[in-house]
Design a protein around this ligand. Structure first.
Ligand SMILES: Nc1ncnc2c1ncn2[C@@H]1O[C@H](COP(=O)(O)OP(=O)(O)OP(=O)(O)O)[C@@H](O)[C@H]1O
Length: 751
């Protein structure tokens, strides 16, 4: 039965549907067979159609009414309206009006990188296969020794059987004999003889040739490698003939399909498995609801499927279920990379790598070869899962790097600092507040460098932020001056102004790694407020802030700062909250999830360096280039040479502000008065001065309070009876000191 609503063009014009009799007194809906509530008489066409619809089965109203089925109603033919779809426009000649043509060159040979990656992958595969089978060669040789003689016998038997031309013919002759059909029998036998005649000649010739070749190889004066070559060709063939069907000679290289060529069927199945209602219900109604506007094709070291999802389903909904998608494809998570595709929100670009990203070798950072950076121009920073290069920008940017310990944020941050060092115009000021010295190789090119989370270093970092604000104010006056001269057209630092000696508008890159240490310290509140102002002002003034943090909550990173950062790199994080605090609201929902990455170096199975980059091109998964400490030192040597030539190398005496070699917590624990539960700051400072006079001699009690509070030690009021009077002074308790030391130890071991 066709549905006139779903299928208005259906030609089975009317149907008779049985109805229950109308209740007594209810209007008789069968009175008007068109069901038209207006009661208007049907027009002529309809009337014709209706009379057509009444079948020949005798159900039509007869004069006597005997044939009338009173429990039936006729549904009138649906009148076709005017077409709503406009006719196809004629195609314009000349330039194509829209739509994309397939690229002339297939993507895998479209760029040098793609060719190189493909070649590298192929070579690696070949190398692996060779190594795999070489190791097993003795086993294969033994198997061949067993199967080759059997294969020889089988080959000879088959050749003889073929030459006799009995195959098929024998059965037919037998049937003819059973029927007593001598004529057919004779015809079949004659045919067999004709076939056998030339076959025996072929077999005889081949046997003679093989025998001659074998004798020549065995007894003739031939180079040894001829014999070897003949054996290498003949033995596997004979062994193959002789082996049982279920016992291959070579071992299987892969037991699980680590990579299966991406096919439309596979993609459809995977998409159905993401369990999105929109997809399943649409596909149930129409199996073609998932379509592929472009053929699935090779793209770099993998395959790309552009998928048009069913109407109303957004690509982000699928991206958010990447795990389910990977499960549907039976592949590791880091081999499956769904992204939104340009065109419309329901278009998905699903790229599936030949191997998991964690096992692909990233190319070296191109700047390791040397060269110079112009911070007004993009430079290589990261790669996509397809190994496409992502270029970073520094000018007009503020960067936020966030991730849990071991996610690779310091290395990524250092990469930008190294690039900045390769532009001799750039002034660098770096504070790393983890205290391990990851940025130390850069110290010679820094105007200011601090390393540590002791109070002095934190205070110096806070002072730097104060100075930055003052610097922004000074720079805005300089810009105003140059704008009046027509040299700063958009009231921004231009490349010309940045290069102009004495303009005071050279690019200034400030790195603050592990900013949470400063924000959670007593200096944090003020530093946070000023940093927010600096972020807002600095962009146009050539001040570039690069911030790294482990904890992105509002205490560790004021929202005023997060909101004003325009480039974000979220490396491995533990949860959705951290993800969205670094990348921005709703990013997790949109499918940009750095929770998918595992922290830790790749050598230990981690995915350090992988993260979601937002603010540079399309938001997506990127892996920052890896530069180790030795390579960093080499780049800095080059940067020193560039800066020496340009006369911008900072004078040594003015720079490094490193953490002094002391640790206030341990020192306080060392000098703690025996048997006391609590001690005044003054008492502790006397003892600390005895221990390390060069450090503590000038300290005031308030300074000790501030230094201890950075480690979470509360310094409260302590009353002591002196000369019969109670004297209140500030000081910590022993329990708080030991707890702080234990907490710190735990934190470091987790890191
Ligand atoms: N792009 C990368 N490629 C490969 N390995 C990397 C990459 N980046 C970092 N790593 C490795 O991961 C380790 C951790 O990196 P890093 O110190 O930058 O992490 P982190 O997030 O700063 O950790 P923490 O917060 O503890 O300082 C490094 O020792 C390095 O070996």
């Amino acid at each position: 039965m066709s549905d006139p609503i779903l299928n208005p063009n259906a030609d089975d014009d009317a149907e008779v549907i049985p109805l229950r009799p109308a209740p007594f007194g209810a209007p008789d809906i069968t009175a008007d067979p068109t069901g038209d509530p207006s009661g208007d008489a049907p027009d002529r066409d309809d009337a014709d159609d209706l009379s057509d619809a009444e079948g020949d089965d005798g159900a039509e109203d007869g004069e006597d009414g005997a044939e009338v089925d009173r429990e039936s109603v006729l549904i009138g033919k649906v009148v076709k309206g005017a077409p709503v779809d406009p006719p196809d426009e004629p195609r314009p000649f000349g330039r194509r009006a829209g739509g994309k043509r397939a690229p002339v060159l297939p993507p895998w040979i479209a760029s040098r990188t793609a060719v190189r990656d493909t070649a590298r992958w192929t070579i690696r595969e070949i190398r692996y296969y060779l190594a795999f089978h070489s190791v097993r060669a003795p086993k294969y040789a033994a198997k061949m020794a067993v199967y080759a003689p059997i294969g020889t016998v089988r080959t000879i038997t088959r050749a003889l059987h073929w030459a006799s031309a009995e195959e098929g013919n024998w059965h037919l002759r037998q049937m003819a004999a059973d029927r007593g059909d001598a004529d057919t029998w004779l015809k079949l036998d004659a045919r067999r003889q004709r076939q056998a005649q030339w076959r025996w000649i072929v077999v005889g010739a081949m046997a003679a040739a093989i025998a001659a070749a074998t004798l020549y190889l065995v007894f003739g004066h031939v180079p040894v490698w001829w014999r070897l070559l003949a054996a290498v060709i003949a033995l596997p063939l004979l062994a193959r003939m002789g082996r049982p069907a279920d016992k291959p000679i070579t071992d299987r290289v892969t037991n699980t399909g680590a990579y299966r060529k991406l096919t439309a069927e596979l993609v459809r199945r995977a998409l159905l498995n993401v369990q999105l209602k929109g997809i399943t219900s649409a596909v149930a109604k129409d199996p073609g609801a998932i379509s592929f506007p472009v053929e699935i094709h090779r793209d770099g070291p993998g395959h790309l499927a552009i998928v048009d999802l069913p109407y109303g389903v957004e690509a982000s909904e699928v991206i958010a279920r990447r795990g389910k998608l990977a499960s549907g494809l039976r592949l590791p998570l880091d081999q499956v990379w769904p992204e939104p595709a340009p065109g419309h929100t329901g278009r998905l670009a699903l790229w599936v790598g030949f191997e998991p990203a964690s096992q692909m070798r990233q190319p070296r950072w191109p700047l390791l070869k040397g060269g110079q950076v112009d911070v007004f121009q993009p430079f290589p920073f990261a790669t996509t899962p397809r190994m496409d290069v992502i270029n970073a920008l520094l000018m007009g940017r503020n960067w936020l790097f966030g991730g849990q310990p071991g996610s690779g944020k310091t290395f990524a941050l250092r990469l930008l600092a190294l690039a900045a060092a390769l532009d001799p115009r750039v002034e660098l000021r770096i504070y790393e507040m983890k205290g391990v010295g990851d940025f130390k190789p850069l110290a010679p090119v820094c105007t200011e460098y601090g390393n540590g989370f002791d109070d002095d270093t934190l205070a110096a970092a806070a002072q730097l932020i104060d100075w930055l604000y003052a610097e922004c104010q000074r720079r805005s006056k300089r810009i105003e001056h140059y704008a009046d001269l027509g040299k700063a057209p958009e009231n921004k630092v231009t490349p010309e102004l940045a290069s102009l000696t004495g303009s005071g508008l050279h690019p200034l890159v400030v790195v603050l790694d592990e900013l949470q240490e400063l924000m959670l310290s007593p200096h944090g509140k003020r530093a946070g407020e000023i940093l927010e102002k600096v972020i807002k002002l600095g962009r146009a003034l050539g001040v570039i802030l690069l911030i790294g943090t482990q904890i992105p909550d509002k205490d560790s990173l004021p929202t005023g700062i997060t909101r004003n950062v325009n480039t974000r790199f979220c490396l491995s994080v533990a949860d959705q909250t951290a993800n969205d605090m670094i990348l921005g609201t709703s990013q997790y929902k949109l499918g940009h999830r750095a929770t998918a990455f595992k922290p830790g170096p790749p050598s230990e199975g981690g995915e350090a360096g992988w993260g979601i980059l937002r603010g540079i091109g399309e938001t997506g998964a990127r892996c920052s280039y890896y530069v180790d400490a030795d390579q960093a030192a080499r780049i800095v040597e080059h940067a020193i040479a560039l800066r020496t030539d340009a006369g911008t190398l900072p004078a040594e005496a003015t720079q490094t502000r490193e953490a002094p070699a002391y640790d206030v917590l341990t020192d306080v624990a060392t000098v703690w008065p025996a048997g006391e539960d609590a001690a005044w700051n003054e008492t502790l400072l006397e003892r600390l001065t005895d221990l390390r006079g060069d450090v503590y001699a000038t300290w005031k009690p308030a300074q000790l309070t501030a230094a201890l509070s950075t480690h979470g030690v509360k310094v409260g009021q302590l009353g002591r009876r002196i000369d019969g009077k109670t004297v209140n002074r500030r000081g910590p308790t022993h329990a708080d000191i030991t707890t702080a030391i234990t907490n710190r130890k735990q934190k470091r071991s987790q890191d």
